[in-house]
Design a protein around this ligand. Structure first.
Ligand SMILES: *[C@@H]1O[C@H](CO)[C@@H](O)[C@H](O)[C@H]1NC(C)=O
Ligand SMILES: *[C@@H]1O[C@H](CO)[C@@H](O)[C@H](O)[C@H]1NC(C)=O
Ligand SMILES: *[C@@H]1O[C@H](CO)[C@@H](O)[C@H](O)[C@H]1NC(C)=O
Ligand SMILES: *[C@@H]1O[C@H](CO)[C@@H](O)[C@H](O)[C@H]1NC(C)=O
Length: 378
């Protein structure tokens, strides 16, 4: 379904207030949102590789994310804190309106304000441009990557409809869309008192957010398969028209700097990864790339990311309270664990989902998904 709406547009410009990759004073995005955003960028840039490596166990995936419908090379998305708050506000609205007998699972606000008005009234940037929204409802635990995969597949516990079944692939289309050029994604999740987890993915194509200059659109970690006990760090590098070329990518932990390999793509459009065979809670890290013209970009620009899981007390991004001494480049080590072939999972035991999670989902019926794709013409 695609609604085409015409609006009168007020022209105004706002910039990004934070350094890129930070959270803001309201704490967005949280760790599930960071994971979701980063893995959305992986599937957008490298759909075939993503499907092979991160949708293990899904049925019917031979005919999804096909080259003919989703060519490689869809731009990754910067996140935009304000849009992230909008997404979270909608998840919060749905979660807090749930009662023991009813749910408010819809794009419109629970009080009837339309989704269009929600976008329009949020801020002067969000009110114009194309937007799309995916919402999902599930029983926790449901990770960022698991939610993305359900939305991409479009089905729970059944073969994913092929790319040919156009009427059934609305979520997949929004996730893979070129309509949101270079700009924002906000991913909100919120748990209700009835133990439901609500997700809102909001996509925006706008001219008025000044995009960060960094070639690192996102970087974070994920746990995949969830049962593996490993921590996989992934970071996206993209420079439109190849203006910046990566010479190297490092992941910097508090006591070591590791040069990490290219996993997919090339040095102007690529994903670098590093695999740790263990999980260390609250481990601080950031990514740092040096380009061939010797520019250095850090992600996040200030502060540190932190490894987290559901039970963790630490937040996904932190500025305070660390005594992080950045190792000199002479201390760099080279990572040999991150190559694509070594990380490809292909075991029937690793079906890509937490068995407990699957059971909970089965007991409670289908994961419910809705989508809306709206194009506004300026
Ligand atoms: C409707 O709900 C939204 C989300 O909670 C809220 O922001 C908005 O102010 C409400 N509108 C009215 C008219 O109550
Ligand atoms: C890198 O990959 C992108 C996307 O596939 C492609 O457009 C570009 O030409 C490649 N650059 C080089 C130097 O191979
Ligand atoms: C991958 O999985 C397939 C199907 O289970 C199996 O036949 C094949 O041997 C596996 N390959 C590797 C490298 O484990
Ligand atoms: C499933 O839940 C049980 C009970 O909480 C726990 O002991 C077990 O480790 C969980 N299994 C996995 C694979 O997470």
């Amino acid at each position: 379904m695609k609604l085409i709406l015409n609006l009168i547009i007020l022209i105004s410009f706002i910039g990004l207030i934070n350094c890129y990759g930070e959270s803001d004073s309201e704490g967005n995005p949280n760790y599930l949102e960071r994971e979701s955003h980063n893995m959305l960028n992986v599937v957008r840039m490298f759909p075939r590789e993503y499907k092979r490596d991160f949708m293990v166990g899904f049925q019917g995936i031979d005919d999804i994310l096909t080259e003919s419908r989703y060519p490689s090379g869809v731009n990754p998305l910067f996140y935009y804190n304000s849009l992230n708050r909008l997404a979270k506000a909608h998840s919060f609205d749905m979660a807090t309106k749930e009662t023991s007998t009813s749910k408010c699972f819809q794009h419109n606000d629970c009080n009837g304000t339309t989704v269009n008005d929600r976008f329009k009234n949020w801020d002067s940037c969000i009110e114009k441009g194309a937007y799309g929204e995916n919402i999902a409802w599930a029983k926790p635990p449901q990770t960022g990557i698991a939610t993305n995969n359900q939305l991409i597949c479009e089905k729970f516990n059944a073969p994913c409809p092929s790319d040919q079944v156009v009427a059934e692939i609305g979520h997949r289309d929004i996730i893979m869309s070129f309509d949101y050029p270079f700009y924002s994604v906000g991913v909100g999740n919120y748990e209700s008192e009835f133990n439901s987890l609500y997700w809102t993915q909001d996509f925006l194509g706008t001219q008025c957010v000044s995009a960060p200059q960094s070639p690192i659109y996102s970087g974070y970690h994920t746990y995949y398969p969830a049962t593996s006990g490993e921590t996989l760090f992934l970071v996206t590098f993209y420079s439109p028209k190849g203006a910046l070329v990566a010479k190297k990518m490092n992941i910097v932990f508090s006591n070591t700097k590791i040069n990490i390999p290219l996993r997919y793509g090339n040095s102007t459009f690529g994903i670098y990864s590093h695999k740790a065979t263990t999980f260390t809670d609250c481990q601080q890290y950031y990514f740092e790339t040096t380009t061939t013209d010797n520019k250095v970009f850090r992600y996040p620009e200030t502060g540190y990311l932190q490894t987290t899981k559901t039970s963790s007390t630490c937040v996904g991004w932190n500025l305070e309270g660390n005594n992080f001494v950045v190792p000199s480049s002479s201390e760099e080590t080279t990572d040999s664990s991150g190559s694509s072939s070594e990380e490809t999972t292909n075991s029937s035991e690793q079906d890509g989902s937490d068995p407990n999670n699957s059971n909970i989902l089965k007991l409670n019926g289908l994961l419910v998904l809705l989508f809306l794709n709206v194009l506004l013409f300026i």
